[in-house]
Design a protein around this ligand. Structure first.
Ligand SMILES: Cc1cc2nc3c(=O)[nH]c(=O)nc-3n(C[C@H](O)[C@H](O)[C@H](O)COP(=O)(O)OP(=O)(O)OC[C@H]3O[C@@H](n4cnc5c(N)ncnc54)[C@H](O)[C@@H]3O)c2cc1C
Length: 428
């Protein structure tokens, strides 16, 4: 299986293909899923001296990790207040602090692995409002500074419109520490790190059978099997029925990205900031300049439909043009979709299923920092370095609601869309 066609695969820095598993092999830890959750855990464990084997059904970073917007910033898919409802204020704060650590882990890895040239991190994120919200933004800025020592700047509307030429936009918060980068080149750099520390990666090697209730676990693929003391399940939105408890506990939600043609002058009539930009819609629009400012990469919309719509590019383009009418003749060169994994509580599912069996999944649309902490805390649990994994205990493997869950998500999304539309209309 090869990668889907995307901006990231067109700018891949390393095209190494890892072999498919053939025959029997042993590991301290076998990781199912070579997305950023599995790869981060693998790299942390391999650096700690564990023999790691990663089984990836397709290619390293083939799933959401290699298709996303590339925005790395603190937080979770769940808001701080929702986290507080499930876990209490103090634990919610500890988790948020971890989410800041997650963004730092990614930044640290890019530096430590020397992959700045291929990952191209660009600092700064503007979170812009579609209606005036000065007081709410100031409150958020002050809360993050007070509770986490995390500093954001308030941007009044005039400052926003100097760099984002859209009359849809009002004020914003600017985060100088957040950044955007090339997530697939980063995933592949983590894979190389695992190999460099004595681990093994097998691509085209879906785990199709598992014996997990003995001290020595066994994972089976079409071509071979792995014996391991510990197993990490990190299949994200592509999780199969291998472990039914996990399959029942998440909903796969699709989201979309497009890449425009090269048109630097026309794009500069709309966007002149090199930062990551996202708006406050619930399934927000997010975009950034890529290819040295010559193209726009634009993402948004969510759906419970797994099949990619035929009019995907047109659908997304409509949102882009409704924000920036000056881009109405900008051609879309390519569009793609990916599946995210959502739990009902909107928080990641990170924990121990039984002795030696860990899960690290459901990172939703906020996975680039949270997969890093997920991978780290699971690795720490396996090496015995910490029990920070327990911070996630309030967010267990709750049933996803089956078809009712899917319908509820779609309905909630439509309700949010209607609420956003109403608020924006009042501000117009
Ligand atoms: C279009 C899009 C845009 C996004 N934008 C952002 C963003 O800008 N910022 C942000 O923070 N987050 C973003 N996200 C979310 C983020 O990408 C994900 O939360 C994160 O990458 C999930 O990583 P993962 O490792 O859990 O899953 P994945 O990256 O999906 O990896 C799971 C892997 O497991 C493999 N697998 C599954 N089952 C098996 C099996 N039985 N055997 C072997 N392998 C198996 C799959 O093939 C897959 O490669 C976005 C997501 C999408 C789809």
């Amino acid at each position: 299986m090869s990668y889907i066609d995307s901006w990231y695969t067109r700018t891949l820095s390393d095209t190494t293909e890892y072999p498919a598993l053939a025959g029997e092999t042993d590991a301290d830890t076998c990781i199912i899923g070579g997305g950023l959750a599995g790869l981060t855990a693998g790299s942390e464990l391999a650096r700690a001296g564990k023999r790691v084997v990663v089984l990836e059904a397709e290619r390293v970073g083939w799933g959401a990790s290699g298709r996303n917007g590339g925005f790395v910033s603190p937080g979770f898919a769940a808001s701080l207040s929702l986290m507080g409802l499930y876990a209490g204020t103090e634990r919610a704060k500890a988790l948020y602090q971890l989410s800041i650590e997650g963004a730092n882990i990614v930044r640290g890895n890019v530096d430590a692995l020397g992959v700045g040239d291929s990952c191209k991190p660009v600092h700064g994120k503007i979170g812009v409002m579609r209606y005036p919200a000065r007081d709410a933004l100031m409150q958020r800025r002050d809360q993050l500074a007070r509770d986490f020592g995390y500093h954001l700047d308030y941007m009044p509307r005039e400052a926003v419109r100097e760099v984002l030429h859209s009359d849809k936009y009002h004020d914003a918060l600017y985060d100088p520490q957040a950044f955007h980068f090339h997530p697939l080149n980063y995933a592949r750099a983590l894979a190389r790190d695992i190999i460099a520390h004595g681990g093994a990666i097998y691509e085209n090697s879906a785990a199709i059978g598992a014996v997990l209730d003995a001290p020595e676990k066994r994972l089976r693929t079409i071509g071979g099997s792995v014996r391991a003391r510990d197993v990490i399940l990190s299949g994200g939105g592509y999780t199969t029925d291998l472990v039914p408890e996990l399959r029942r506990a998440y909903l796969p939600i699709a989201t979309y990205v497009l890449l425009t043609e090269q048109a630097p002058d026309r794009i500069a009539q709309a966007v002149t900031s090199p930062c990551a930009i996202s708006d406050n819609r619930r399934a927000n629009d997010y975009y950034r300049l890529v290819d040295d400012g010559k193209r726009l990469l634009w993402g948004g919309r969510i759906t419970t439909r797994r099949a990619e719509p035929r009019d995907l590019a047109a659908l997304l383009r409509k949102t882009m043009v409704s924000t920036y009418p000056q881009l109405s003749d900008l051609r879309v060169e390519i569009a793609w979709s990916g599946l995210m994994s959502y739990a009902r509580h909107l928080m990641p599912q990170i924990g121990r299923l039984r002795d030696g069996v860990y899960y690290c999944t459901a990172f939703g649309g906020h996975g680039l920092n949270t997969t890093a902490i997920g991978g780290r805390v699971v690795a720490e649990a396996i090496t015995g370095e910490s029990d920070r994994i327990r911070l996630f205990e309030p967010f267990g493997l709750a049933w996803n609601g089956g078809p009712f869950g899917t319908a509820a998500v779609q309905l909630t999304y439509w309700t949010y869309q209607a609420q956003d539309w109403w608020k924006e209309r009042r501000a117009a």
